[in-house]
Design a protein around this ligand. Structure first.
Ligand SMILES: Nc1ncnc2c1ncn2[C@@H]1O[C@H](COP(=O)(O)OP(=O)(O)OP(=O)(O)O)[C@@H](O)[C@H]1O
Length: 788
């Protein structure tokens, strides 16, 4: 019943439900592999079939004796024959012809191999080197590598030996010096001597550094032990050149130019010592250098590095390292962080650093790492980052996969869009050519209107970053041609899944190098109906960990979590006032009222009364936006007609209307021309319409998650709002879920609603099963009889 109802109201962009119930999820990579294998097999088979039918020279005439030798016929051209033709030995063949014929297959094979190598080199962007020079090239490279390893190119053996001796000597001296300093220190402390103070002071500096590094080098990596010695004997700055990855292995900064492993090398978040516990220091680890533009540029050989170096640089000596390894110019007090996290109920779970009790947050826009501060212009209208922005930016800028769960209207769009544009800004210029590389960022949303809205926000950021026209918006219900044209110029694609899949199928959309992929309203996107489309889209992007995958939503039911994990690599989970067990939380600034109606036929008159009462409540209230939700398209159309007939200025949005009407109606609602809008669930998720003061649910949605999203169209960006919901006998399956939401948001629970029972049937995913749980104070469900 539920599925039928949902399919009836499915958005045009939503693929039809499939009957894959209980089928295990297919890994997109596995599928691609399988397909490749099958293709290979069949082409092999075709080749064998072809080659098993010996082709004869083109002058062969099947009507006459094909093997008879024509004395005046030209000699066969062996270079154009295939292997099987060559095996057919012509009669009266001359000796030299025979040799030529026998040699030919080998010669052709060699030529083909060379050709193939050349093509491969072309594809991989390498120079096409003839095979004989290749050997030499390889040898040369080997030697060069050997020399580079020893860091002494051009030195004779004897010179190298001397240098090695010198180095050993230096190290020995350093050890001696450290010991001596320790002795002196102990002696001075025991005797109270003052004459050694000067020496002791200088030595102390060295000792402090040694100790610091020793702490860093706890563990067994030899490389790190050498750094300790180098700090003493060479120069303290060497320490700064070292990077320690999330596993505590040190890497030299020059290693970070290996772009393939770039993501892997990005550091695990380092805590700001909130609660007295740090993940990095507790393990004797040292933070990595920032992954910002300046560090990138120092290693980049690309011309882009020049641009990147222009980015404002922070002072290394004072800037604390953020969770991402980026640096924030203002040191953030750990107690400030702790109290901020408590106040906003922020929970960060990092599978790479499970012991972390805190995280670095970006509490001010001025602390936000940017390739250039001008990129921050779109934030000028805001005072401070919202909690989801503050908590997720460091991780996202460091390249981590992330699941962000935060209430409706809490600024999740900018939370994922800003790092997306920074990701683009940091790419070398050669990788910012959409004609060659295709799109680098893909953002998928469940509805057309939401896709357009996200696009508007992204565009603000790309313009500020000097990348006008870098983004495009792809959605159904409108002509394809202009969208197809825009795809060839787009580095960012914001899309609904259906239309994007169409373009992928026809080859107009290229996302094979998209390293930053976002699923907005992620639980909806992973739900049955969109699941297959999403698998196709993600399958067309680079496999993890080369792809950074982000999922954002206000509701994160257990039913989609397992599927989500198959698309991500050790994602950070950030929940803002979001319980781990998947219990739902509605925005607490919304006053929720539930009206239990004995008869569904009362809905229309009640609706009219409520709208009239609100519009007359104050002189300005007539301008307030009121959003009315219906479940069915026909129902929405009927309610719209009813309200219009009663003199209310009203518009409507649902799947039966063409996209032009939908877009115009929404624009008129936003502008206030029609302050009342009747909509189906196409308007339930993500839409950010300022001034929506009241949401009325005439018919309860199909899922309790949709309820949270629907009412979330009000009370956005820190504002307050009101939601009114009609509840009838038909909706009793949702009573438990609704009661939980009301209680969690400290709202009044009407007695009549309690009578429907408090049992919660958790959302079920067709492939991953159901999750059931009873509410803690569940009463036995009472059957209610309504008067006829
Ligand atoms: N730092 C900020 N300070 C104030 N307002 C902000 C800030 N960031 C974003 N906003 C505004 O908050 C509003 C809601 O943002 P957004 O649409 O991204 O919310 P959301 O969390 O994605 O909501 P939903 O779950 O409904 O999709 C927008 O009008 C946006 O401009």
């Amino acid at each position: 019943m539920g599925k039928k109802r949902k399919a009836a109201e499915a958005d045009d962009d939503m693929p039809a439900f499939t009957s894959q119930a209980n089928a295990p999820p297919e890994d997109p990579r596995e599928t691609a592999k399988k397909e490749k294998k099958d293709k290979k097999k069949s082409s092999k088979k075709r080749d064998t079939e072809k080659s098993s039918k010996p082709r004869l020279p083109s002058n062969h005439d099947p009507e006459t004796n094909s093997h008879a030798v024509d004395p005046i016929a030209p000699k066969p051209d062996f270079t154009t024959m295939n292997v099987h033709e060559l095996k057919l030995k012509p009669e009266n063949e001359k000796k030299e012809d025979k040799y030529a014929r026998q040699k030919e297959p080998r010669k052709r094979k060699k030529e083909e191999k060379e050709k193939l190598e050349g093509h491969k080199a072309e594809v991989e962007g390498k120079e096409d080197v003839p095979p004989d020079t290749k050997k030499e090239e390889k040898k040369r490279k080997k030697e060069a590598a050997k020399l580079a390893k020893k860091e002494q190119p051009g030195l004779s053996k004897a010179e190298k030996k001397i240098l090695a001796e010198e180095r050993k000597d230096k190290k020995r001296k350093a050890r001696k010096e450290a010991k001596r300093a320790e002795k002196l220190k102990a002696k001075a402390a025991a005797n109270g001597e003052t004459e050694v103070e000067e020496e002791e002071t200088t030595t102390k500096v060295t000792i402090t550094q040694v100790e610091e590094v020793r702490e860093v080098t706890m563990g067994d990596a030899v490389e790190r032990i050498e750094v300790v010695k180098d700090v003493v004997t060479v120069e303290p700055a060497v320490e700064d050149k070292m990077e320690v990855d999330s596993d505590g292995n040190s890497t030299s900064s020059s290693d970070s130019s290996d772009s393939d492993n770039e993501k892997e090398k990005k550091p695990a978040p380092k805590s700001a010592k909130s609660n007295g516990v740090t993940n990095g220091a507790a393990n004797g680890k040292k933070s990595k250098k920032p992954v910002d533009s300046s560090s990138d540029s120092s290693n980049s050989s690309d011309s882009e590095s020049e641009e990147a170096t222009k980015a404002p640089k922070v002072d290394d000596s004072t800037a604390p390292t953020t969770a991402s390894g980026t640096q924030s110019p203002v040191p953030v007090d750990s107690t400030v962080i702790s109290s901020y996290m408590t106040t906003h109920a922020i929970k960060i779970t990092d599978p790479k650093a499970p012991d972390t009790l805190s995280a670095d947050l970006i509490l001010n826009f001025s602390d936000l790492p940017a390739v250039d501060k001008s990129h921050l212009a779109p934030f000028s209208a805001y005072k401070t980052p919202t909690p989801i922005q503050a908590a997720s930016w460091s991780y996202l800028l460091a390249g981590r996969d992330l699941i962000g769960v935060a209430e409706t209207g809490s600024g999740k769009t900018m939370a994922f869009a800003y790092p997306a544009v920074q990701y683009l800004s940091k790419l070398p210029k050669s990788e910012r050519n959409p004609k060659k590389t295709g799109a680098k960022v893909v953002i998928v949303s469940p509805t057309r209107e939401l896709a357009m809205q996200i696009f508007e926000q992204v565009e603000k950021l790309t313009i500020a970053a000097g990348m006008k026209d870098a983004a495009t918006c792809i959605y159904g219900g409108v002509p394809k041609d202009p969208q197809r044209d825009s795809l060839s110029k787009a580095l960012v694609i914001v899309a609904t899944p259906g239309r994007l899949n169409d373009f992928l199928e026809e080859g107009s959309a290229k996302i094979s190098q998209a390293g930053y992929v976002v699923l907005d309203e992620a639980d909806r996107m992973l739900d049955k109906g969109f699941e297959d489309a999403i698998k196709t889209i993600l399958g067309a992007t680079p496999a993890t960990p080369k792809r950074q995958t982000l999922m954002f939503t206000a509701t994160w039911p257990q039913s989609v979590r397992q599927l989500a994990s198959t698309f991500m690599t050790k994602p950070i989970r950030i929940g803002i006032n979001s319980p781990e067990d998947g219990d739902l939380r509605a925005n607490t600034r919304i006053t929720q009222t539930v009206e239990v109606l004995a008869d569904g036929r009362m809905k229309e008159s009640r609706l009219l009364n409520i709208i009239n009462a609100h519009q007359r409540s104050s002189p300005t209230a007539r301008n307030d936006r009121i959003l009315v939700f219906a479940l069915y398209k026909k129902e929405a159309a009927r309610l719209e007609g009813f309200l219009r007939a009663k003199g209310i200025k009203v518009g409507g949005i649902h799947g039966d209307l063409n996209q032009t009407v939908r877009t115009t109606t929404l624009a008129e609602f936003k502008s206030g021309k029609t302050p009342v809008l009747v909509a189906t669930d196409v308007a339930a998720r993500g839409l950010d319409i300022p001034n929506v003061k009241l949401v009325i649910n005439v018919t309860f949605p199909l899922t309790i998650e949709d309820y949270v999203h629907r009412i979330g169209r009000t009370g956005r960006a820190g504002e307050v709002g009101k939601a009114m919901t009609f509840f009838t006998d038909h909706d009793k399956a949702h009573s438990g879920g609704l009661i939980n939401i009301l209680k969690a948001a400290k709202q009044n629970v009407p007695e009549e609603l309690m009578k429907f029972g408090t049992t919660v049937k958790k959302k079920e995913h067709a492939s991953y099963g159901a999750f059931y749980r009873d509410t803690s104070d569940a009463k036995t469900a009472t059957k209610i009889k309504f008067d006829e």
